[in-house]
Ligand binder design. Structure first.
Ligand code: TYD
Length: 141
């Protein structure tokens, strides 16, 4: 796995179909929107005020994180640098490359955090210990 840093992760503008009378629609389509195909979608919701989520890294997984409703902050950490993104638009997504520690916090009331992932759920892809994450980063080429 390539050693990405936080500056390899960025906001992606999604296709937006606007209708004055009937609202908006945004699209993520395999082969069009992202450099990976989406194998799994999950979403976080009913997050109590003051709670944080994440606190892990993925070894191989790529993700697109979207504030489908409301807002929250995502802090990415590559072991050396950190970058915080404020997500509050359903037509934007944060493209998270593999090997990033992530913390999600400051969820607004009613926030929905939708995650499009490049693979199915694999517990073995998770790193949940920060020191283990730092060791993992050191061993990446
Ligand atoms: P977890 O990754 O711990 O969420 P967070 O780190 O944001 O708090 O996931 C919470 C629970 O959901 C955990 O028991 C694993 C389960 N889960 C799945 O079964 N499939 C999935 O795709 C995901 C993301 C989680």
């Amino acid at each position: 796995m390539k050693k990405y840093n936080v500056f390899d992760c960025s906001m992606v503008e999604l296709d937006r179909h606007h209708s004055d009378r009937k609202g908006n629609l945004s699209v993520v389509e395999n082969g069009e929107t992202l450099p990976f195909d989406v194998k799994r979608v999950y979403y976080l919701y009913d997050i109590p005020g003051g709670e944080s989520r994440g606190a892990h890294a993925h070894k191989e997984l790529s993700q697109l994180i979207i504030a489908a409703s409301g807002s929250f902050k995502v802090t990415l950490d590559d072991g050396k640098m950190k970058r915080t993104f404020f997500l509050n638009r359903p037509y934007q997504g944060l493209y998270v490359k593999p090997g990033m520690w992530r913390d999600l916090d400051d969820f607004s009331s009613g926030a929905v955090c939708m995650v499009l992932a490049s693979d199915v759920y694999l517990a073995s892809d998770y790193i949940r210990d920060y020191n283990e994450f730092l060791r993992f980063r050191k061993n990446l080429q």
